[in-house]
Design a protein around this ligand. Structure first.
Ligand SMILES: CC(C)(COP(=O)(O)OP(=O)(O)OC[C@H]1O[C@@H](n2cnc3c(N)ncnc32)[C@H](O)[C@@H]1OP(=O)(O)O)[C@@H](O)C(=O)NCCC(=O)NCCS
Length: 176
């Protein structure tokens, strides 16, 4: 099966959800740590490839009905949790590590957990930085850099991202 061939070209054994996973185009997966995926994951790997990484001892959890658009990079060096019904816009990066030290005085943790709540929409060209949480139902506007946590039910945007306004979210409503 073509899909299977594509998946097994990647490092390590890996399973992408049990039902109806849709992968299109190029999806590169480096699975050294764990990757856990819910139902109905959709990944669009064209015209830009998608790269998904979980390094040694790291954990990446992706909930049900998650949509990952073209050119997205998700790299777990520690822990990334993505909730259900999340949409991630094209060319967005979600990396839980800074990878490099700023200077010799910089002794802190390079990697910090990222949590993305349920029903979150992250627009195109966003960067989600280490240690950040994005609350349930919130929207991150296009081209935002999220360096501080964002509460539930808000539109946030800019670089660095700030809350722009509260959203009206009825109980149980799921964004199309
Ligand atoms: C956020 C968005 C949905 C617009 O929502 P909206 O409620 O109609 O927002 P408005 O255009 O009325 O703007 C509300 C405020 O947010 C600001 N804003 C909107 N988009 C912004 C952005 N990307 N970055 C920073 N600020 C933004 C506006 O300037 C405005 O500020 P003001 O009140 O000081 O004028 C839209 O701007 C956006 O970013 N869409 C993402 C599209 C995308 O990435 N699609 C990819 C496919 S998933």
């Amino acid at each position: 099966m073509r899909l299977r061939n594509v998946l097994y070209r990647f490092k390590g054994f890996y399973k992408f959800g049990s039902t109806a996973t849709k992968l299109r185009g190029k999806v590169f997966v480096n699975k050294i740590g764990t990757i856990q995926v819910g139902r109905n994951l959709s990944i669009v790997g064209h015209p830009w490839a998608v790269q998904i990484t979980s390094t040694k001892d790291a954990s990446l959890k992706i909930g049900d009905n998650v949509y990952v658009n073209a050119g997205v990079g998700i790299a777990a060096n520690k822990e990334i949790v993505i909730g259900d019904n999340v949409k991630i816009g094209p060319r967005t990066s979600i990396f839980d590590s800074n990878y490099h030290r700023l200077d010799s005085a910089d002794q802190g943790d390079l990697s910090k957990k990222i949590t993305i709540g349920n029903n979150v929409w992250i627009g195109a060209d966003c960067t989600i930085l280490p240690g950040v949480s994005i609350g349930d139902n919130s929207v991150i506007a296009a081209k935002s850099t999220v360096n501080k946590s964002i509460p539930d039910n808000v539109l946030a945007g800019g670089s660095p991202a700030r809350v722009i306004r509260e959203l009206v979210i009825e109980e149980g409503w799921i964004r199309e």
